[in-house]
Write a protein that binds this ligand. Structure first.
Ligand code: SAM
Length: 204
């Protein structure tokens, strides 16, 4: 997976490649999907949601530019795979999921793997998780119509945020960076994610 899908497409960030070679992706999918866990595509998980294609996980992770000391917020825990990858590359991951069934199953896998630096909760992640902010990096793994303003507020100075923004058919990855001059937004690859549902996302 790492060589054929990530390195060959230009993923160069060593911590991202290392984390994705370590984290057992097959534990984050249902038994019936295990044989396909390392394939070059997204897969369905419970509750009509998806685990993202490995390349998209790598691309978004690389865009965060992590060095190992950061506090990261993820919106959209889903299977837990993205949070698990991040947890190998930073100090602590806070992850928010709105579907209880997914939160419960991802927590079980974090425990099995002893990934104790992941803290997960059930909530509308478009509101962020203000009690633990500001965050050095924020990643949103569902597609919304705009960048939720609470997430911008909870991003630290010099922080980076990656989010798919667009309509419910297609989005573009946006990289938001914050510094003393203000906020800069770069528009990157076209992607297709499930809906970000919540106060600052699509309505249910
Ligand atoms: N990061 C996940 C993984 O590694 O498996 C993939 C996430 S899946 C593409 C998107 C997830 O975002 C779904 O589980 C969905 O329930 C969740 N989601 C959508 N809107 C949300 C919100 N406002 N707050 C928290 N989670 C949300």
């Amino acid at each position: 997976m790492v060589q054929e899908q990530l390195v060959s497409r230009g993923i160069t960030d060593a911590p991202t490649l290392q984390a994705m070679s370590e984290v057992p992706r097959h534990l984050f999918v249902e038994d019936a999907m295990r044989a396909r866990a390392y394939g070059d595509y997204p897969l369905p998980i419970s509750a009509g949601q998806t685990i993202s294609q490995p390349y998209i996980v790598a691309l978004m992770t690389q865009m965060l530019g992590l060095s190992g000391t950061e506090k990261v917020l993820e919106v959209g825990t889903g299977s837990g795979y993205q949070a698990a990858v991040l947890s190998r590359m930073c100090a602590r991951v806070y992850t928010v999921e709105r579907i209880n069934q997914l939160l419960a199953s991802s927590r079980k896998v974090f425990d099995i793997l002893r990934y104790y630096n992941i803290i997960a909760k059930l909530d509308d992640g478009t509101m962020g998780w203000p009690e633990n902010g500001p965050y050095d990096a924020i990643i949103i793994t569902a597609g919304g119509p705009e960048i939720p303003s609470p997430l911008v507020d909870q991003l630290a100075d010099s922080g980076r945020m990656v989010i798919p923004v667009g309509n419910q058919e297609v989005q573009e990855l946006q990289l938001l960076t914050k510094n003393e001059d203000g906020i800069k937004i770069e528009r990157r690859d076209k992607v297709r994610f499930v809906d970000l549902i919540g106060k600052y996302g699509w309505s249910d």
